[in-house]
Ligand binder design. Sequence first.
Ligand code: GDP
Ligand code: IMO
Ligand code: MG
Length: 433
Amino acid sequence: MPGYVVVGTQWGDEGKGKVVDYLGSRMDAVVRFQGGNNAGHTVVVQDKHTGQNQQVVLHLLPSGVLQKASCIIGPGVVVDPFVFLEEINQLEERGFNTDHVLLSDCSHIIMPYHVRLDALIEASLKDHKIGTTKRGIGPCYADKYSRQGLRIGDLQDFESFKKKLKLAVDMKNITFQKVYEDPGFSYEELVAQFAQIRKALLPRIINAQIVINQALDAQKQVLFEGAQAAMLDINYGNYPYVTSSSPTSAGVCTGAGVSPKKLDVIIGIAKAYSTRVGEGPFVSELFDDMGAWLREQGHEFGATTGRPRRCGWLDVNVVRHAAMINGLSDLVITKLDILSGLKKIRMCVAYDIDGVRYDYIPSSMEELQRAKPIYEEFDGWQEDISTMKTYEELPENCKIYLRRIEELCNTRISMISVGPERNCNIYLHEMLK
Ligand code: GDP
Ligand code: IMO
Ligand code: MG
């Protein structure tokens, strides 16, 4: 021990990548435990030669990859091996070393047929579509839980992999042809594709739960990096407008093979306002100029799909829900710099559903769709805070806004991010042991 967890508290894209990169410099290992390449985690680093800032977007690799820590793609992750190698190659081409990236033998493989199924299911849902990233995440997890998946470790014995693949493709082709009038996939072509990439994957495959637990037991610093966020959680998010995994601290236990007793610090990342990509309820969404202003100022366009993000005021009901289900010890507030220059800032503190106040997130989608935001209004600040380094320097109105978040979430704010670059942070409390 100690084990650290970083999770998103809203609908994703809170700035987890930046925070994991920062904490990663002090870690021995960084581990992804759920999701797949539906994530888009942005890290901004200075180019060694030119000194210019460059953006690195990580989809499947842990955001600690630009640091020295071992980077482990854990058992609970779903892995598109073609994307994995592409991401590795791209980083290598840009001069980043990736020798420290390892892959769990238990992680399930996102097959090309999962990716196509994702698109076909979305298309057939028409007006009821989820708005997935179309990376095959849902179909892959569905196969995992119906015990029809193939795992990364299966690639170690290629003959038995081929047998499992044959069974899986034959089954899937029935669905493709009978349900979607799609020709489906050729077993031989898939075998050829996997034969081509297999050798590059083999040296990176490990028994991750053993490696992770050994590191924790040897008092190494291990960080578990969540993708997505609480509101996209399969159990506690806005079902069915969710992803297919558990992006919460509890997800670390099942997704990395780690006891809850080994998780010491649980850090929730919250953006100073709200954004969402994809469909589903968003109570504090702004459809007016203010929403467009937030999108413009915050560059709110998806790091994975490029889709414009829906924007709205901070919904503290959501962050409080995340604090509860994750057991957060610390909050990091990101993109506070974006709110500078506003006369008034609103914060959604609860919902009004049919005249009743809700201080929590109802599970019923129908109720949630009728929810109206109950706002508190704050005076804004005009100062540019992006160069500020201490809490004391922040404008008083900014502090009032932050204190109200702490109070409503009953969780201390330990760090504030005021810009995308590594050094644009304000530290309030030490999070690491
Ligand atoms: P993630 O999925 O949670 O890792 O977040 P994304 O990378 O999808 O989206 C966050 C975006 O905000 C990225 O473009 C980051 O570079 C940027 N960002 C992160 N923190 C800050 C901040 O404090 N201020 C500003 N202006 N941008 C930030
Ligand atoms: P990061 O880690 C924002 C959303 C999709 C869709 C829903 C289901 O960058 O925060 P999926 O492809 O997972 O089946 O899509 O979840 N979604 C995300 N939204 N950030 C993400 O990741 C997301 N990953 C999935 O837009 O609404
Ligand atoms: Mg993202």
